[in-house]
Design a protein around this ligand. Sequence first.
Ligand code: MG
Ligand code: MG
Length: 274
Amino acid sequence: MAAIVLKTLEEIELIRESALIVSKTLGVLASEIKPGVTTLALDQIAETHIRDLGAEPGFLGLYDFPNTLCMSPNAQVVHGIPNDVPLEEGDIISIDCGALKNGFYGDHAYTFAVGTLDPEVEKLLKVTKASLYEGIRTFKKGNRLGDLGFAIQDFCEKEGYGIVRELVGHGLGSVMHEGPEVPNYGRRGRGKQFVDGMVLAIEPMINQGTHRIKQLKDGWTILTADGKASAHFEHNVALIDGAPELLSSFQYIYQALGIQSDEEEAFRKEPLVL
Ligand code: MG
Ligand code: MG
């Protein structure tokens, strides 16, 4: 993984712009997700929307990835390739999206419900998303990467879930995957110390069962070894004046779905104008 690159406030604002393009794109997709829709159709909507906002899809062609979105339903963890298989009632679908504008990337993800979920799977989504905020809360002056990883791991393992080890969050900037690696597991007080100007993509990948994973022969798709469900939520966060500042937002998704949430308020200095 590339070096850690600290960002100026101006650069952080450019990353915020790209991150919010992703946020808006996920918001558009939120109202399209229903039984019968294919992930390829959603991918095309996303690509058009990103280009309409003056950005480039961040994943398309990156390491030769063939599409705009990573689409990972049910037992798929991440890096699933969009296809023409329709989503079904009760599915979950992790959508990971990137955008590049002004030379800086946004990169974040949300796991959506397709219709009504099995209560156990619904709980997996709820806990995984809450663990993301547990992680973000630790991204502050004086703490270390191990504190962040521990917070996510501890929160999810209490529920009996598996924490994926092989895939991690990362630094974000003019390169999609910069240093440091940001594991969703760790030991308190260990690892690199957080300093102002760091921008991280924090992204718990949490399995209902075993933490072990396997990869499909397509060379991309990661799925759980036991076939149980996996959830994935990701935000882009900058460290400013010793505190975490959210650059991305799920509020566009919530607006589309009619959900009220104040989960992001603690991590944003100024209210987001939708
Ligand atoms: Mg991502
Ligand atoms: Mg990422």
